[in-house]
Unconditional design. Structure first.
Length: 502
């Protein structure tokens, strides 16, 4: 006889949910194996003479649910192979709904020559639909509280959300944090305990932030978040952002937005990028949050323009980025290794080169300097060009050698004619960038810091003149230089206080 395992569902509530077929199978079983006896039906089965054997002891001996389920399946397969009659195994709810042991049995039985039979029963979903009172055709998302995604930000509030297997306060806390990625902290959610169990069912409505403060969580607890079209809730969703941009560009949208092209808002992309950089330099998280939103808007607008032509949309952009990130991080998503940041960067560059070759780009004949954006600011571009050339050995050996080059360029600038000065100034700046690079200093960051320092000190001069009731027309260079030195001394004292506070 072929070894056989019959899996039956006990329903999610009391004995009234047992199907006639399940009851007949249970009566013929000796013994009846159950995943857990912590279920309303099990007591009824025992009272009616069923020889119940549970796997609750496995939960006590294993560290994780995955280990528990694997151990139960191992034992069921062993029992089936050693028995001349089918092994009957009962699980809560429906065997094919949120039941990991059934999934594992479907995989293992096929591999090991064991016949598997699965008989349904009411699942907790049936009770959720009827007791909470919503129609699944409206759309719903189902989650396991023990294996929630990293963030709930991708939840669509226009669909019902159900979180099952909320066993205790810890899983309730996980569910709360997950939902807070998509809903306001005070958004109302519904908790159901033992739905469909006469005399024991409870349904409670609470604000989201109180979800893990409730009592009564157990094997038959779940959380329901009703669908909503509230604007305040949808404002956190990416889909709402896409809709808004689509509306702005539509015939009934904003006249200004409709008229824009890639070229007309090109400068906006550059300006918003630099405004983000300013918030980074100022270490201002609130401003950074706002400016990153402005930068994201530029990406959305450019993507929407192409969506209107059928070339691509923002989801194509996201798909391409996701694929690139996975391909270029084989040390994270593949079998390659990376012991440090340098090796990770080498992996990235190797995959980048491979992608170019797959597109038919002859990397052997391509210039070493290829890949540096044409429109980068000149200082940043000089730095990147030099790094590219240094990668193949075209570089100075020591900073001391570049000092001589800088002095040489200064001498040439002094002797240059008026027509030659532009080129000589460029040569001098290029040499200074080389010197900074060999000192492991980013020249863009260095000059940005000096720009900020200049603005602060010049601002001090302006402030002091205002306090004196004077304008620049009424002030000589000597007085301004004295005020500059005061500002310099004050900034040094401020840095001293920061590094060596009293």
């Amino acid at each position: 006889m072929t070894p056989t395992i019959n899996v039956i569902g006990l329903g999610s509530g009391d004995e009234n949910q047992l199907t006639l077929g399940a009851w007949k199978t249970i009566q013929a079983a000796d013994p009846l194996y159950v995943r857990t006896d912590k279920h309303p039906v099990v007591g009824y089965l025992k009272q009616n003479g069923a020889a119940v054997r549970s796997f609750d002891d496995v939960y006590e001996s294993k560290r994780s649910f995955d280990d528990v389920y694997a151990s139960i399946v191992d034992e069921l397969l062993r029992l089936a192979k050693a028995s001349e009659k089918p092994v009957v195994y009962a699980v809560p709810g429906h065997p094919m709904v949120a039941e990991s042991t059934t999934r594992l049995l479907r995989e293992r039985c096929a591999e090991e020559g064991v016949r598997l039979s699965v008989s349904g029963g009411e699942s907790f979903l049936d009770q959720a639909f009827s007791r909470f009172g919503f129609d699944p055709i409206e759309g719903f998302a189902l989650f396991d509280a023990t294996a929630l995604p990293a963030s709930g930000a991708s939840l669509d509030p226009r669909m019902h959300a159900l979180i099952a297997q909320v066993y205790d306060a810890h899983t309730a806390s996980d569910a709360k944090l997950f939902l807070m990625g998509a809903y306001p902290d005070d958004h109302e959610v519904v908790v159901g305990h033992e739905l469909g169990v006469a005399g024991r069912e409870t349904i409670v409505k609470v604000p989201l932030y109180e979800l893990d403060r409730l009592d009564g969580y157990g094997n038959l607890s779940l959380v329901w978040v009703p669908r909503t079209n509230e604007e305040a809730v949808r404002m956190r969703s990416f889909e709402r952002l896409r809709e808004i941009v689509d509306i702005l560009r539509s015939p009934d949208g904003c006249p200004w937005d409709r008229e824009q092209t890639h070229a007309s808002i090109r400068k906006n992309l550059i300006e918003e990028t630099y405004e983000v950089l300013e918030t980074i330099d100022d270490d201002d998280p609130a401003a950074m949050c706002e400016e990153l939103g402005d930068l994201l808007l530029q990406i959305m607008l450019h993507s929407q323009m192409e969506a209107e032509t059928g070339a691509f949309d923002v989801y194509d952009v996201i798909e391409g980025l996701n694929g690139k990130l996975i391909r270029r991080h084989p040390h994270v998503f593949g079998g390659a290794g990376a012991e440090d940041a340098d090796e990770a960067l080498r992996n990235w560059n190797a995959m980048k080169a491979e992608e170019k070759r797959s597109k038919g780009i002859d990397t052997e004949r391509q210039s070493v300097l290829a890949g540096v954006p044409r429109d980068l600011p000149a200082l940043m571009k000089a730095y990147k060009l030099q790094k590219k050339a240094a990668g193949v050995g075209f570089d100075w050996e020591r900073p001391e050698d570049v000092y001589a080059k800088v002095e040489e360029e200064i001498a040439e600038l002094r002797q240059a004619s008026e027509d030659e000065r532009l080129g000589e100034v460029g040569d001098l700046l290029f040499a200074v960038v080389n010197l900074a690079r060999l000192m492991r200093i980013d020249p863009e960051e260095a000059l940005s810091a000096t720009n900020r320092k200049f603005s602060e000190r010049f601002g001090y001069i302006e402030e002091q003149l205002r306090l004196k009731g004077k304008t620049f027309d009424q002030t000589g260079l000597t007085e301004m230089e004295n005020l500059w030195q005061e500002a310099k001394k004050l900034s040094k004292n401020a840095r001293w206080q920061k590094d060596f506070p009293d």
